[in-house]
Design a protein around this ligand. Structure first.
Ligand code: PLP
Length: 379
């Protein structure tokens, strides 16, 4: 079955009680048992809930996996993966990680004896050198935030296999419409469903998907033991979001391309970070592992002045100033003063987060209006 058909139908059956075509929101904590141990597959909603189960099956299908697990946030999903490790284990991770991921690794799991190596994964040989018998997990985020680097998932999978480690990929930016890491050798896919999967900026949720039953059983054991699950209402919202994921992504990509090309030709713009540009340093890897290039774009201004960037952010009318991304509406962010403000200037500039760097989450409005908004703000 093709992507759009799966997104709309996978894991979903008409409600057995009424025939309702939409999965009901089973707003219940518990389920009546006919007699001790005799039930319909559900005992308690931390362990399992029919609305959440439908979502878990649906996301597993569109990621070409077998098992899905939904959590109360993207970070709760990451927390689950980290709990599969033991003290003394080592993790090799992308160096320009999502800030919250870096924070949970450094301030929570480091103190439980897990060692993290943060490396530039564009350098495959460098990753190979660090990997050793203690390496249990390679953590990849691609495209990265905010400079949109692309990491070669197949190359990372090879290193993971050779070292008997798992490969986990944060697929939040690309979504399964653009890339399916399990097909490229990953063991676990993670999502902040808060972003493109939900797609309407109305829910916070995390997802894990796996193919291997042993890995999935560990995920389910931790999901139930730690209890960071999402509720049935949120499960319903993300299920509904996924039904239009392919259509939304097509429009995000189309608008993204128009805006990236406009920015490249603008006299005030210095560097444009968008993996669809031939000038992008990982364009070839992006072409190989992604179906299209998405709606996340970052750019810097000539002269790299903080005030110029803040002025543009202020003048934009359609692009709204906010954290987060992946919704139908266009958002703008200024990493140096927002998401990356806690990182010392010298450190953040090393990873390209300079004073004038602006990040766009291009929505699915009409491109003409978005371009006009950027034009007036830049001038
Ligand atoms: C937002 C985000 C997360 C964290 O997800 P939450 O749902 O906010 O907990 C992780 N990774 C990436 C790439 C994100 O954008």
């Amino acid at each position: 079955m093709k992507f759009g058909t799966k997104a709309i139908h996978a894991g979903l059956e008409p409600d057995p009680a009424t025939g309702a075509i939409m999965t009901p929101i089973y707003q219940t904590s518990t389920y009546i048992q006919e007699e001790v141990g005799v039930h319909k597959g559900y005992e308690y909603s931390r362990t399992g809930n029919p609305t959440r189960s439908a979502l878990e099956k649906n996301i597993a299908a569109i990621e070409n996996g077998k098992f899905g697990a939904a959590f109360g946030s993207g970070l709760a999903a990451i927390d689950c993966v980290m709990k599969m490790l033991k003290p003394g284990d080592e993790v090799i991770s992308t160096n320009d990680l999502y800030g919250g991921t870096y924070r949970i690794f450094k301030t929570i799991f480091e103190q439980y004896g897990i060692k993290f190596h943060f490396v530039a994964m564009g350098d495959v040989a460098g990753v190979e050198k660090i990997a050793n018998e203690k390496t249990k997990l390679i953590w990849v985020e691609t495209p990265t935030n905010p400079t949109m680097q692309i990491i070669d998932i197949k190359a990372m999978a090879k290193i993971a296999k050779a070292n008997n480690a798992w490969l986990a990929v944060d697929n939040t930016f690309a979504t399964p419409y653009l890339q399916t890491p399990l097909d490229l050798g990953a063991d676990i896919v993670m999502h902040s469903a808060t972003k493109y999967l939900g797609g309407h900026s109305d829910v916070v949720m995390g997802i894990l998907v796996a193919k291997d039953e042993t890995i999935a059983n560990e995920i389910y054991r931790i999901q139930n033991s730690s209890g960071a699950v999402c509720g049935p209402m949120d499960s319903f919202l993300v299920l509904r979001g996924i039904k239009t994921l392919h259509i939304r992504m097509q429009q995000h990509c189309k608008n993204g391309k128009e805006i990236a090309e406009f920015l490249v030709g603008h006299p005030k713009v210095d560097t444009v970070y968008w993996p669809g540009l031939e000038s992008h340093r990982n364009h070839n890897v992006a072409k190989e592992q992604m179906k299209d290039f998405g709606g996340m774009i970052s750019f810097t201004l000539k002269g790299d002045k903080l005030d110029d960037a803040l002025n543009i952010v202020k003048k934009l009318k359609i692009f709204a100033l906010a954290e987060s991304l992946g919704g139908v509406e266009s958002l703008i962010g200024h990493p140096a003063t927002m998401t990356h403000a806690a990182i010392p200037k010298e450190e953040r500039e090393k990873s390209g987060v300079t004073d004038s760097l602006i990040r766009l989450s291009v929505g699915i409005e009409d491109a003409e209006d978005l371009l006009a908004d950027l034009k007036q703000a830049l001038n």
